[in-house]
Design a binder for this molecule. Structure first.
Ligand code: JHZ
Ligand code: ZN
Length: 449
């Protein structure tokens, strides 16, 4: 039985567990108003960042410009579809000093992360992935009674999988709606941004952490030094840090431009990750590659300096590919433009042939594809998504209504544009009836599945 410390904040203002859908709706309303008000009073220059968030050097080079985009998860209520929407510049820059690829503009985090529409538990494959991570890493690093802290713990999927083990667990996630869900799964969750002061507070209440897990969250954080100082404050002398991030090499190889959006401020290669951790007294020991989310690296670090020989081979490979030089990104930028032309052409062809195409999945990346390629409701009238909290809302910018999977019957598409291509296997299994009657799946990256 876990004996986790009491979270600093209750799951709701009254301390009661609020039904997730209600909590979500409340927070969405709150955020939209806050977003609209703050954007109205700001200019793009206010969001710009000029130095590298991994090594702090100045002089970043632009490698891709995706134009002005609405925040990818700012779904619209039907009554807001005709109102002006906030848009922010979305351009990718490279630090030639350390090889860190990052966004040039920072949308205020409270506008992006206080209410969150991504739920880890929505995917069986991702739930299994995080349960495996927690099981292996807690076996390797945590003694009975030890503390596991997850930064960006979302709806508690990962931590709840080790809840009955002989370890203490604590989640940290600023999104109130997902913290409520985690609490209802028995995962105590501090609903705040993780930073150095919070790390001191956790260490004071609960003692040092033997395992700190941070999956798909470092890329979301502007002040990485603050977070790393927090990790160094909290981690036990013999503790480990396990970080997962989408891998820059995969982004480039497969032109996964749709994973570029305002929430993702950094696109990590191993070299800048190692350098960042080194500056904070952490030594990267192991890098493993997984296929999830279009290609992910799991980085395991311990207290110390330098990197292990295994990690050095990753860095050597990256140096050979010249990832710190803008020329390494030219082919990628060209491919992105070609994909846009190709996808628009393909959808126009289907339309001309009288075939109906709708989207499948309303992930953040779907907003990027639809907006960057200017795919409106004329080419793609709707998208399907199994997340109840997204259904009934509309895609930002391009305004497709988001419908539940049951609507497949009524929509009768001939082709599904798999916006959530990273869940292809799971979605194709779920929609096997569509395929059996001759339906076709295509991806924004012009694959036919
Ligand atoms: P999915 C997320 O990106 C969010 P997103 C986050 N910012 C991050 O860092 C990256 O991942 C790595 C739906 N779906 O996972 C559910 C179905 O409809 O690609 C989701 O809305 N049917 C933290 O937002 C969407 O697809 C299904 O069977 O791009 C998938 O979103 C399945 C499996 C999913 O996240
Ligand atoms: Zn740098």
């Amino acid at each position: 039985m876990s004996t986790a410390p009491t979270p600093a904040k209750p799951a709701s203002a009254s301390g009661a567990i609020v039904p997730p859908q209600q909590a979500l709706a409340d927070w969405m309303r709150h955020d939209y108003d806050e977003l609209a008000a703050s954007v109205a009073s700001a200019s793009a220059a206010q969001w710009e960042r000029h130095n590298c968030r991994a090594c702090l050097a100045g002089g970043l080079s632009e490698i891709l410009d995706l134009g002005e985009m609405p925040p990818a998860n700012s779904l619209l209520k039907p009554e807001d579809v005709s109102k002006p929407e906030p848009r922010f510049p979305l351009s990718l820059r490279l630090c030639t000093n350390c090889g860190m690829v990052q966004l040039g503009h920072v949308v205020p985090p409270s506008l992006l992360f206080r209410s969150y529409l991504f739920f880890t538990s929505m995917s069986r494959v991702m739930s299994e992935h995080f349960s495996n991570l927690m099981a292996h890493c807690s076996d390797e690093f945590v003694k009975p009674g030890g503390l596991v802290v997850e930064i960006g713990s979302n709806d508690g999927t990962g931590l709840s999988s080790i809840r009955r083990r002989d370890v203490r667990i604590l989640g940290v996630d600023p999104a109130r709606n997902v913290a409520v869900m985690a609490a209802s799964r028995g995962v105590p969750t501090v609903s705040e941004f993780f930073n150095e002061p919070l790390a001191h507070e956790i260490a004071r209440v609960a003692g040092p952490a033997h395992l700190i897990v941070a999956c798909n969250v470092l890329g979301h954080i502007n002040d990485l030094d603050d977070v790393c100082r927090g990790i160094q404050t909290l981690i036990a002398r013999d503790g480990a840090l396990v970080v997962e991030v989408p891998y820059l090499g995969d982004l480039l190889d497969r032109a996964e431009y749709d994973t570029i959006y305002h929430e993702h401020l950094s696109y990590f290669a191993v070299r800048p990750m190692a350098a960042l951790l080194n500056r904070h007294g952490l030594r990267l020991e192991r890098v493993e590659h997984f296929a999830v989310h279009g290609g992910t690296i799991r980085c395991t670090a311990i207290q110390g300096d330098g990197v292990s020989p295994q990690v050095q081979t990753w860095i050597d490979k990256e140096n050979k590919a010249n990832l710190s030089h803008p020329s390494a990104y030219e082919a990628f930028a060209k491919k992105v433009v070609q994909e846009r032309t190709g996808l628009r052409q393909k959808l126009a062809d289907y339309k001309a042939r009288g075939l109906k195409v709708i989207g499948y999945g309303a992930p953040a990346k779907g907003t990027v594809v639809l907006n960057y390629c200017s795919i409106g409701v004329d080419l793609l009238p709707a998208v399907i998504d199994s997340t109840p909290a997204k259904q009934g809302w509309h895609v930002p910018g391009t305004h497709q209504p988001i419908l539940p999977p049951l609507e497949m019957e009524r929509q009768k598409p001939d082709v599904l544009l798999l916006l959530a291509w990273n869940h292809a296997q799971e979605i194709m299994e779920r929609e096997s009836a569509f395929r059996a009657r001759g339906g076709k799946f295509i991806t924004p990256h012009l694959q036919e599945l």
